[in-house]
Structures are given as C-alpha cells and as structure tokens.
Design a protein around this ligand. Structure first.
Ligand SMILES: NC(=O)c1ccc[n+]([C@@H]2O[C@H](COP(=O)([O-])OP(=O)(O)OC[C@H]3O[C@@H](n4cnc5c(N)ncnc54)[C@H](O)[C@@H]3O)[C@@H](O)[C@H]2O)c1
Length: 332
C-alpha cells in the first residue's frame, strides 16, 4: 500500500519512491513511526525487531516485511539485510535504531527478578529478561536485553554494561557492516542512519553505560562515513532527546513506578526543552530520519542531527536573564 499523503504535514511527499529500507527496532516507538513514514513516502520497509507480534502487525499494515532480529546477534542482522535484498533486490536505507536503556535500581531489580521467575515457569524459555507491554495481557519477551545499568559509576556492574553494549553498540556496528557490504556490492550508494542520543553529547541524561554506548555510535558512524563516502554511502546519526516512548516512560518508572505518560510528558516539556509545553514525539524523529534517508540530504554525511527542542544548545536554568527585556507592548 502506498499512502501518498504525508499525515504530519498534510502535503503529498514521495521522497523514498522505490527505495528499500531496513528499520531495526521498528516494531514500535521511534522505529515504528519511522517505518510508517518511510512507507508513506514510497519505501519498501523491512522491520527487524524482537517484538514479533507488534512488528508483524505494523509490517502488514504498511505492506512491508517483518523479521525477528536480535541486533546483538550478527547473523540476525545479516539475515535482515539479506531479506531486503532477496525481497526487492537491494537495500538503499538502513535505520539502525534498536536500542535499550537498561533498567534502574532498586525497583526494577525486584520486578526483573519476579518477571524472570514467571518467565522461566510459564515460557520455559532460555531468555533471561522480558517486559510487559502496555497492551493488556501481552507478555512480550525481550530476550536478554534488560541490563541493570543504573546507579553510581562506583558500583557499575560490568557484565550488565557489556549486555547493553551488545545491543546498543554491537547492534549498530553489525548494521553498518552488513548494510555497507550489500550497498557496495550493488553500487548505488545508500544512506545509513543510527539512533544515538543527546546523552552522547551531554552528561546527566542517562546511565553511564547508556551514555558511553550512545557516544560510541557517533564515533563509528563518523569513521564509517569517512570510509564509505567513496561508494556514495552516507552515514549519519540522529540524537533524539526526551521523546515520549515506552523507553522514556520505563526510565521514569524506574524511579517512580506509578508515573503516568502525561506526567512524563509534562516533566520533559517543563524541564528538558526550550519549546514551552512541547516535548519530543516519535514523529519528530521520524521526520528527521526521513530527511537524512532521502536524496534531499544528498550532500550530508558524517552529521549528527540533534532533535532536542534546543535543550543541549542552552542552559535552560539561565533563560531568566532574557525575561522582561522586551514586553509585548514594545513589540506591538
Ligand atoms: N525516547 C527517547 O527519548 C530517546 C532519546 C534518545 C535516543 N533514543 C534512542 O532511540 C531508539 C529508539 O528508542 P524508543 O524511544 O523508540 O524506544 P522503544 O523502547 O519504544 O523502542 C525500541 C525498539 O527497539 C527494539 N529492540 C530492543 N532491543 C532490541 C534488540 N536487541 N534487537 C532488535 N530490536 C530491539 C524494541 O523491541 C523496540 O521495538 C533507541 O536506540 C534509543 O536509545 C530514544
């Protein structure tokens, strides 16, 4: 199905006609919104995720394909890229978006242990962690992706850090490696975009492990852009910030277990954005990724596109110095 109307702007855009895209972590959140927007712009989209039901439903709704893919496993990522090549003969775009935030002490450790026991009892699976999605009665196995990485640098658990790096960093490297191989072979260039975070450029926005993982993504994207430019392959990053998604709400729930989505939205828009009353949406990020994926961004590579409502470009606590300098009556 090709939906010609851009639902966000109300204008017709076909910016990715006949392009083939793979979106990791595309079952929901930022990846889900991007998969949808890419399809609306004419792309054939492969969703690669570990949330099989959500991913399959979304893929069906956009006439795409779904593949179970744990990005920390290189052969899974290679298979996802190969699915695109087998399906449409090529891959033009990779959105390396799958990522985890990790869990936080102390509440999450208790929940994690309980869920792990239920998981073992009910599902007899070898997975070591899972989470309950917002849909009722839906128990979603998230594989070994929960890592307790919160707290002080003095007590950081290296095995949990390694687990997080396995998804956030290795997953991205797997993606760049296998997309680049397929793109070089086809000889038509391509666009690789990875989800980093404002946590990569500013301390205090995520756990130590999450912060280092997101910074690593910037590094490998830059070095890959240097190498792959000669093949016409562009490599860029998006750095979202405070985007209302399950990951963000989960992070807040690590500190206040009954926090509502509305409360998170209010907290972010009041304390972490220059745009009053506005916190980031998954569509905000999807639009930025669409731009970087499209030929409109043909001369942009090695770039970090920050989507943060201005937060990292300012000291939000000092904006009072501008108040009352200009009154409305002076402007009229
Ligand atoms: N939400 C924010 O405020 C924010 C800010 C900065 C960066 N990010 C980054 O954006 C990306 C998307 O996050 P989101 O907010 O949409 O969160 P989300 O939790 O809603 O989505 C993450 C997706 O990745 C998938 N995933 C997790 N582990 C995976 C694995 N091992 N293999 C394959 N898929 C896996 C999940 O199943 C899910 O579909 C992440 O990389 C995240 O770090 C988000």
């Amino acid at each position: 199905m090709l939906i010609e109307n851009n639902i966000y702007l109300g204008v017709t855009t076909n910016r990715l006609i006949n392009k083939v895209a793979v979106v990791t972590g595309g079952a929901r959140g930022i990846g889900g919104a991007t998969a949808k927007l890419m399809a609306e712009n004419g792309a054939h989209v492969v969703i690669a995720d570990v949330l099989d039901d959500l991913g399959t439903n979304l893929a069906n709704s956009i006439n795409g394909r779904y593949v179970h893919c744990d990005v920390s496993v290189e052969s899974d990522v290679e298979a996802a890229i190969q699915l695109a090549v087998t399906w449409k003969g090529k891959i033009d775009i990779l959105f390396n978006n799958a990522g985890i935030g990790g869990t936080y002490l102390p509440f999450s450790r208790l929940i994690f242990t309980i869920l792990l026991s239920i998981n073992t009892m009910l599902l007899k699976s070898t997975y070591v962690g899972f989470k309950i999605d917002q849909e009722p009665n839906q128990l979603i196995v998230l594989g070994s992706f929960l890592a307790d990485v919160g707290g002080s640098i003095c007590s950081v658990e290296m095995k949990n850090v390694a687990k997080l790096i396995g998804v956030n960093v290795n997953g991205v490297v797997h993606g760049i490696k296998h997309a680049a191989r397929a793109m070089i072979l086809a000889g038509n260039g391509g666009s690789i975009i990875s989800s980093s975070s404002t946590a990569a450029i500013m301390g205090g926005l995520g756990s130590h492990a999450y912060t280092l993982s997101k910074e690593a993504i910037l590094g490998v994207s830059r070095s890959s852009a240097c190498e792959l430019g000669i093949y016409g392959i562009r490599v860029n990053c998006v750095l979202p910030h405070g985007v209302l998604s399950e990951m963000l709400v989960d992070a807040y729930r690590g500190f206040k277990n009954d926090v509502t989505v509305e409360e998170v939205q209010q907290k972010v828009s009041e304390n972490a954005s220059l745009l009053k009353g506005r916190c980031g949406s998954v569509e905000d990020v999807a639009e930025a990724v669409l731009f970087l994926a499209s030929d409109k961004a043909g001369f942009i590579t090695g770039h970090n596109l920050v989507i943060d409502g201005g937060y990292t470009s300012s000291s939000i606590g000092m904006t009072f110095i501008y108040r009352d300098k200009i009154s409305k009556s002076e402007l009229s």
